[in-house]
Design a protein around this ligand. Structure first.
Ligand code: SIN
Length: 312
């Protein structure tokens, strides 16, 4: 039986449904090329701001037995670095469409970034990060529905390239309803659920594990899978079918990826596991997902995407 992990987001086709999550193995050109040359279907860059940023003081990331905690604070090399790299990559190779992640530290900066990308020759997808929990004094935009709605309304007056948004986890059914009602008004190509669960606290002996914000940081890995699955499925149930879902959070093995797709994800991003295991994670996860599909008789991910079963 031939099993394919290929998928589509908008008008883009990917040979493999796995890719990195923004923030992991995507800071430099070298790291991005590692993913590009692996069997991952695509990569997304570290979230870019207008100017390069050093981010929060070290230590700012820690692996734990159940996942990870981080408060990176958006360290990145600036939009120009990533955009130039992507434009050059597209000139030398067109084998994989790619994602550029970006966010402004203000609405004005977000518009500035998107205008630059709109005028560039970049042909891939853009992920607007509305959910970084780690910049002191800057709340996660997507928890403020009025600001989010206003921002998207302004963006779509001028932005013409394929755009999606990276969301924080929501925890209330009313919030799923309210958020989806906003997103459905716009020609978004995808939503990515979820960013880390913001501002957790992990303690070892008597101390926090990371320096910024007295140890508060975003949780990833096993801690977050049920929340990630709930967000993927809640938006799959509510969004216009033209807005696809990228599932991110708690993917340790092929079964986790299978569950994300069952909940409605068209593509699956790997964060903590990629950080812990490196590039070979893509090969292992692809193999494990293929084995599950063979056992169940599914030839493509479309055969079971969104087909989560409920009690009668
Ligand atoms: C960070 O750089 O702090 C992580 C980015 C994010 O969670 O969006």
């Amino acid at each position: 039986m031939t099993v394919s992990l290929s998928t589509t987001i908008g008008n883009f086709t990917f040979d493999n449904c796995f890719m990195n999550a923004a923030g992991v193995h995507c800071y430099s050109k070298e790291e991005l090329l590692d993913i590009y040359q692996s069997n991952a279907g695509s990569f997304v860059t570290k979230t870019a701001t207008l100017e390069p940023r050093e981010g929060n003081p070290l230590p700012r990331y820690a692996d734990t037995s159940l996942g990870s905690i981080n408060s990176m604070g958006l360290p990145n090399l600036g939009l120009d670095y990533y955009l130039t790299f992507l434009e050059e990559l597209e000139q030398s190779s067109t084998t994989k469409p790619t994602f550029l992640s970006l966010t402004g530290l203000s609405s004005q900066e977000t518009h500035q970034l998107l205008n630059i990308v709109n005028q560039s020759s970049f042909q891939g997808l853009i992920e607007l990060n509305l959910s970084c929990p780690n910049v002191p004094g800057k709340p996660q935009v997507a928890y403020d529905f009025e600001t989010t709605n206003h921002l998207l309304a302004e963006v779509f007056t001028y932005f013409t390239k394929p755009l999606g948004i990276k969301l924080p986890p929501y925890f209330d059914i009313v919030h799923f309803d309210q958020a989806a009602a906003i997103f459905n008004q716009y020609p978004l190509v995808f939503v990515n659920c979820i960013n880390s669960i913001g501002n957790g606290l992990v303690i070892e002996d008597e101390s926090v594990l990371i320096r910024p914000k007295h140890g508060f940081g975003g949780l990833g890995g096993q801690y977050v899978k049920p929340t990630a699955l709930a967000n993927v499925h809640a938006f799959y149930q509510r969004l216009n079918p033209s807005i696809q879902i990228i599932g991110t959070g708690g993917v340790i093995n092929g079964r986790d990826a299978f569950e994300h797709i069952l909940c409605g994800a068209s593509m699956v991003q790997i964060g903590t596991t990629l950080h812990k295991e490196g590039i070979p994670a893509f090969q292992r996860l692809s193999q494990e997902l293929r084995e599950i599909m063979v056992q169940k008789g599914y030839e493509s991910i479309d055969d079971f995407r969104g087909e989560l079963k409920y009690f009668a």
